[in-house]
Design a protein around this ligand. Structure first.
Ligand code: HEM
Length: 396
């Protein structure tokens, strides 16, 4: 990521935004400044997300359409009133008070994974052994997906977010085939879940989605399916990358680790810095609803812009010395990792609580922790971060 930040940082300082015109992709304007990412995200009426909200080769979307597979229609792909109404279906579940009620369960799961570190005997791959399964369990727990189905959920998520990484390609011939197969498997799994929760609703998010209504009518089949998929996928890889990448940064900056160990009241601020530093969601696309000008560039109606969250989070006009990992940073209210406006991350409260809680459970028990090998990053231009983090540690 250092090379990426060096290159993109220079473009940001020199140009603010750059046009990208690569074979196989529609040309788009990459917005690199915090101010421009903020403006486009806030002015939802001027910009649409559409089914192509995630950057992909045109051929992939064309093939998806031709194959009859339902085009992506989760919250991040919906616009206007349709988006507002669909978000409303689960909104209450993600409000601070509702999320707060889940704190005892998050405590329990965080303790379970700190215990797991103990059981592993002083060495582990923190990303794979701890951060991934912990964040997955928290979301699946509120979802109502039983623990035995977690490996399937993890595999399908990696099939959608991480298809470009050879480690997550599985038996598929290419990344595109992997994405299609994952979506098809999700359809099968969640159709079964809908039947079950309609027959027998429970106190879980799956029941809310299965029985969700808009203006007295059930959610459409395609929208319901994509609702399941976004919540099942967006909720854990993102948070897991923030936790493992944040720990990697702490270990690379022993002064910061020492400060945090000396004062656990810094955990909340450190969590925000983890989320800024790692920025696990790399982009979303927006499409102009009318001819417009952004970052001094003309974008015609239908033209595309890419919101670069990692670049916005390193904008030197907004963050003091943005390339420094600093858990005492005082400018984190400008954090761009969760987006802004109508599509602001629904799960931000969960993500924050999961990371804070884990640190609060782990740090008081640790007497030492160090990295014992190179961290490895997942290859993806959409959701990415540290996928392997070998560490050694001692408990009190
Ligand atoms: C550190 C962890 C996370 C990061 C960095 C993150 C980031 C984002 C970003 C950038 C967006 C789009 C915002 C925009 O377009 O303005 C988003 C949307 C969303 N996120 Fe997260 N997210 C995280 C965790 C979660 C969790 C735990 C959930 C819980 C289930 C979740 C569910 C969603 C959903 C449902 C949306 C779509 C909202 C909409 O379009 O209305 N995310 N997230």
């Amino acid at each position: 990521m250092t090379v990426w930040h060096d290159t993109v940082g220079k473009w940001r300082r020199d140009h603010g935004a750059v046009w990208v015109d690569e074979p196989g992709y529609r040309p788009f304007l990459a917005l690199l400044k915090h101010h421009d990412v903020f403006e486009v995200s806030r002015e939802g009426y001027k910009w649409n997300n559409t089914a192509r909200a995630v950057l992909g080769p045109d051929a992939q979307y064309d093939e998806m359409e031709a194959s009859g597979m339902p085009l992506p229609a989760s919250l991040v792909q919906l616009d206007g009133i349709k988006h507002r109404d669909h978000r409303q279906v689960t909104n209450d579940w993600f409000k601070p008070a509702s999320v707060g009620k889940r704190q005892p369960r998050i405590d329990e799961l965080a303790e379970r994974y700190v215990d797991r570190m103990r059981e592993l005997g002083g060495e582990c791959d923190f990303a794979k052994d701890i951060a991934q399964p912990y964040t997955l369990r928290v979301i699946m727990d509120i979802y109502g997906v039983p623990e035995e189905d977690e490996p399937l959920m993890m595999d399908l998520t990696q099939g959608i977010f991480g298809a470009a990484d050879p480690e997550f390609l599985g038996d598929a011939a290419d990344p595109q085939a992997r994405v299609f197969a994952s979506v098809m498997n999700f359809i099968q799994y969640f159709n079964g879940m809908t039947e079950d929760r309609r027959a027998c609703p429970q106190d879980d998010l799956a029941s809310v989605i299965a029985n969700g209504e808009i203006n007295g009518c059930p959610l459409g089949d395609v929208e319901r399916l994509w609702y399941y998929i976004i919540v099942a996928t967006a909720g854990h890889d993102t948070t897991s990358f923030a936790l493992s990448g944040g720990l990697e940064a702490l270990l690379a900056n022993p002064d910061q680790l020492a400060k945090l160990q000396a004062n656990h009241e810094l955990i909340n601020n450190a969590t925000e810095e983890f989320i800024r530093w790692t920025t696990p969601v790399r982009h979303f696309m927006r499409f102009a609803t009318e001819d417009t000008v952004i970052a001094g560039e003309e974008v015609p109606a239908g033209g595309a812009v890419l919101l670069s969250y990692p670049s916005a989070n390193r904008d030197e006009d907004v963050f003091v010395d943005p390339g420094r990992f600093d858990i005492e940073r005082g400018d984190l209210e400008k954090l761009m990792s969760f987006g802004v406006g109508n599509h602001f991350c629904l799960g931000a409260q969960f993500a924050r609580r999961e990371i804070r809680t884990f640190l609060a459970k782990l740090l008081p028990q640790l007497t030492s922790i160090e990295s014992v090998g190179d961290a490895q990053w997942a290859q993806s231009h959409f959701v990415s971060g540290v996928k392997h983090l070998p560490i050694r540690y001692e408990f009190a």
